[in-house]
Design a protein around this ligand. Structure first.
Ligand code: HEC
Ligand code: HEC
Length: 148
């Protein structure tokens, strides 16, 4: 039979979990969904892509730059990368587009290649356009320079 000494931690854990559950129930559940699950809401507004004339600033030095132009219709498939038509050297000079970074021509082992590395092939894994939209939730992000 368990002694009261042994039971004490068990009771403490029970009390703690009951109060946690009660606390949770008292909190209002926050969700970004505005209509009940049983109804389908109105489609979200469409926002125009931001295209600042002077380009986007970067929040920190290593940030992949945001895309300052439309990308609809530029597909990246195994056989064809539409972005490289303009961003690979020497084609980029014809379109006055910035060449992909030299880091994009280096493979995982550090070997320099003459074509884009497989690790950088899917551009939009890292580079995304920015929509001119209100943030869904507030945020107090400060970039590395502002935070100093
Ligand atoms: C028709 C040519 C063209 C194509 C295709 C194209 N771009 Fe661009 N891109 C440009 C030009 C020109 C700029 C320079 C800024 C401007 O004029 O909009 C640019 C700028 C950028 C920048 C900003 C670079 C920086 O240093 O700020 C990124 C990132 C970028 N493009 C990514 C992409 C990705 C990803 C794709 C494919 C989904 C793509 N681009 C397809 C022409 C192109
Ligand atoms: C794994 C993430 C990643 C992928 C995938 C990637 N990039 Fe980048 N890209 C970056 C980062 C980070 C930078 C900025 C730092 C640097 O130069 O490496 C950058 C820089 C750039 C620049 C600016 C170069 C300069 O000198 O200012 C262009 C243009 C660009 N990328 C285009 C592309 C295109 C086109 C693709 C697809 C073929 C691509 N990137 C794929 C992360 C990525």
């Amino acid at each position: 039979m368990a002694t009261p000494k042994l039971l004490l931690p068990v009771v403490a854990v029970l009390v703690a979990s009951v109060s946690l559950v009660a606390y949770g129930a008292a909190q209002e559940t926050k969700t970004l969904r505005e209509t009940p699950l049983t109804e389908s809401g109105a489609p979200p507004d469409l926002y125009k892509q931001s295209m600042p004339a002077e380009g986007f600033g970067r929040a920190y030095r290593q940030q992949p730059p945001l895309i300052p132009h439309k990308v609809d219709g530029y597909q990246v498939t195994v056989g064809n990368n539409a972005c490289m038509g303009c961003h690979d050297w020497p084609g980029n000079t014809r379109f006055n587009a910035p060449k992909i970074s030299e880091t994009h021509y280096v493979d995982r082992q550090g070997v320099r290649l003459d074509k884009v590395s497989g690790t950088r092939y899917f551009c939009q894994q890292c580079h995304v356009p920015q929509a001119d939209a209100k943030p869904l939730v507030g945020n107090s992000f400060r970039n590395a320079t502002q935070a100093n």
